[in-house]
Design a protein around this ligand. Structure first.
Ligand code: AMP
Length: 228
């Protein structure tokens, strides 16, 4: 409720940034701290590919090449996920929207639900360093916790700190060549969204080259302000 007794709409936060900027890591931290649901269209698409759905089969080659999957497919996948009951708590969008077409579709979806974007948080990073960052990263296949050879190694080699599983996995599209294509796609298609959300007055920028916890604190301050 706000001061007038009107129920407040569930918050919507967006994390923007090139591949490797730390969107997934920071979204997970925000999820824990604010009780919101992390929605990663990359994760949803990888699940669709693994399940062999029509959408997954159409998306697979584009993802392997580091391009952007068509707006129709991505918007449909996100719309279905947002209709699930847990999303009523509010969401952190990680990797969506990535085109102005997707941003427009999101606005329409949110308007229909009586919601709006509270903050679009842009993670500012150095492109050249992203290739190094991405080549060192891996994830626990059991619980999804992210790690990095240099910046966040597990305490015990090959063992997840969070769930203890020994099932570390690397993404097929985390190769230097594919990362270059993904960076190109970011600059051509996604960077214009900075202006889109700037014009709406919800764009916030965070220097995301430093320590993960310090960046998380900066983002939490923005999220606190935007959701209360
Ligand atoms: P990510 O896990 O966010 O790095 O996404 C991995 C890949 O999935 C991207 O390189 C794209 O091929 C595809 N993808 C994820 N989200 C989107 C989106 N919003 N629009 C188009 N393609 C996407």
């Amino acid at each position: 409720m706000d001061g007038s007794g009107t129920p407040q709409a569930a918050p919507v936060l967006i994390l923007l940034g090139p591949p490797g900027a730390g969107k997934g890591t920071q979204a997970r931290l925000l999820e824990e701290r604010f009780g919101l649901v992390q929605l990663s269209t990359g994760d949803l698409l990888r699940a669709a590919v693994a399940a062999g759905t029509d959408a997954g089969n159409q998306a697979k080659d584009v993802m392997d090449a580091g391009g952007l999957v068509g707006d129709d497919i991505v918007v449909a996948i996100l719309r279905d996920r947002m209709a699930e009951p847990d999303c009523a708590k509010g969401v952190i969008l990680d990797g969506f929207p990535r085109t102005t077409g997707q941003a427009g579709a999101l606005d329409r979806l949110l308007t229909d639900n009586g919601q709006a974007v509270n903050a679009a948080i842009s993670l500012i990073v150095d492109d050249v360093k992203m290739v190094v960052r991405i080549s060192g990263r891996f994830t626990c296949g059991a619980c999804g916790e992210g790690y990095h050879e240099a910046f966040k190694p597990p305490k015990q080699a090959d063992t997840c700190d969070v769930c203890g599983a020994r099932d570390m996995q690397r993404r097929a599209d985390d190769t230097p060549k594919t990362v270059m294509s993904r960076l190109d796609a970011y600059h051509a298609e996604t960077a214009p969204l900075l202006r889109y959300y700037g014009d709406k007055g919800v764009l916030k920028e965070v220097d995301a080259m430093g320590d993960i916890n310090a960046i998380a604190r900066d983002i939490a301050k923005i999220a606190d302000h935007a959701t209360t």
